[in-house]
Design a protein around this ligand. Structure first.
Ligand code: SER
Length: 322
C-alpha cells in the first residue's frame, strides 16, 4: 500500500489533489502538509502536518514518521509573486525540489511528482502549437526555476534512477481553492467577480491568448502520469500538457452566455509582459502517446461547471472574494 505526502496541500492544486488521492489510496494513507493551516477544509479533513518545504529536516522528519514512499511537491512561488520576490522564489522553488530529489536518491522515498509550467517557455519559443522540445529562454524567475528544475529532474533520473514524473501545467481553473500569485489567475477571478459583481477588470489585454485547463482535467493528468508504468514515461524532464486556449474576451463571452449583464474591462499591468512571453497553445502529443492523456473540458463546459459550483458556494457561505 502506497503512503503519500502532499507538500503544499493547502494550495489551489494541492488541495484538490489531496481529496482525490484520499479517495484512491484511503484517507489514512495520504498525509497533507503545508507551511501553515491556511486551508481548513484540508487541515480538518484528514491527517495534516506542518512541513516547511525549504527545510530538509522538516521534510525528512515527516517522511520518516509516516513511512512515505511517494511525494507530490506542490509548494512553489508562482510567476507574478516571483517577480516581486526573485530570491525568495528561487530559494523556495529550488530548495524544496532538491530536498525531495535527495530523499529519493537516498532511497527514503520511491516516487516523486513535481509540476513544471508553461512558464519554462519564453519570447523566443514558437508561440503556437509549442513543441515538446524547443527553444526555452524563460524571462521570469518562476520560469527559470521551473526550467532548471526540469534539468535536475532528468539528471536525477539518469544518474540516480530517481522515479520523478512531471507535467508542464497550463493555467489551471478551479472553484474550490483560489490560485495565488500567477499570471493566469485572472481566469479564476473573473468567474467569482461575474457572480458577485457582474463585472471584472482584467489585468491582461483582451486578445491575450494563453493555454488553460479545468482542474478536473489537471488532477486526472497528474494521477494518470503517476499511475503509468515507469517504462511508458519516456520524458523525465517534463511533459507538455494542453486542453484549451482562450483570450480574456473569449472567456467573457462564455460567461455572458450565462450571466447576460456581465461586463469586462481591461487594465493590463506588469503581468501583461509575462503573458506576452508565454505560448498561445501547446503541442502535447508526447503525453497523449506515452500515457494516453486526454482532456474532457472545453471553454463552454468548464464555464457551465464553474458558474454552477460557485453560485452554490456563495449561496451557502458568506465567503467573498477580496
Ligand atoms: N499559472 C502559473 C502562473 O500563472 C503558470 O504555471 O504563474
Amino acid at each position: 500500500m502506497s503512503k503519500v505526502l502532499i507538500i503544499g496541500a493547502c494550495g489551489q492544486i494541492g488541495s484538490e489533489l489531496t481529496f482525490k488521492l484520499r479517495e484512491i489510496h484511503g484517507a489514512e494513507n495520504v498525509i497533507a502538509s503545508d507551511i501553515s493551516h491556511s486551508n481548513l477544509d484540508i487541515v480538518n479533513s484528514g491527517i495534516f502536518e506542518i512541513v516547511d518545504a525549504q527545510d530538509y529536516s522538516s521534510v525528512k522528519t515527516c517522511v520518516e514518521k509516516h513511512k512515505i514512499d511517494t511525494v507530490y511537491l506542490m509548494a512553489a512561488m508562482l510567476s507574478a509573486t516571483g517577480e516581486k520576490y526573485p530570491m525568495k522564489a528561487w530559494d523556495l522553488n529550488m530548495n524544496s525540489l532538491f530536498h525531495i530529489l535527495n530523499l529519493a536518491k537516498e532511497t527514503l522515498i520511491k516516487k516523486i511528482f513535481w509540476p513544471s509550467s508553461i512558464a519554462v517557455f519564453g519570447p523566443t519559443t514558437p508561440r503556437d502549437n509549442t513543441p515538446q522540445h524547443t527553444v526555452m529562454e524563460p524571462t521570469t524567475v518562476y520560469g527559470i526555476t521551473k526550467q532548471v528544475g526540469e534539468r535536475w529532474c532528468e539528471y536525477y533520473y539518469k544518474k540516480y534512477n530517481v522515479d520523478v514524473r512531471s507535467i508542464r501545467y497550463p493555467g489551471i481553473i478551479s472553484w474550490k481553492t483560489l490560485p495565488g500569485g500567477g499570471t493566469t489567475d485572472y481566469a479564476v477571478e473573473i468567474y467569482h467577480k461575474a457572480i458577485l459583481e457582474k463585472q471584472y477588470q482584467c489585468f491582461l489585454s483582451e486578445n491575450t491568448k494563453l493555454p488553460m485547463m479545468f482542474m478536473d482535467d489537471a488532477i486526472n493528468a497528474t494521477i494518470n502520469i503517476m499511475q503509468a508504468p515507469s517504462d511508458t514515461i519516456t520524458i523525465r524532464s517534463s511533459y507538455n500538457l494542453a486542453a484549451i486556449s482562450f483570450t480574456p474576451r473569449q472567456i467573457a463571452e462564455a460567461i455572458k452566455a450565462h450571466i447576460t449583464e456581465f461586463a469586462i474591462s481591461y487594465a493590463p499591468d506588469f503581468r501583461q509582459e509575462i503573458a506576452n512571453s508565454w505560448p498561445r497553445s501547446i503541442n502535447d502529443s508526447s503525453a497523449r502517446t506515452d500515457w494516453k492523456w486526454r482532456h474532457t473540458y472545453d471553454l463552454q463546459s468548464m464555464t457551465k461547471e464553474m458558474i454552477s459550483q460557485l453560485k452554490q458556494k456563495y449561496a451557502t457561505s458568506s465567503e467573498e472574494l477580496s
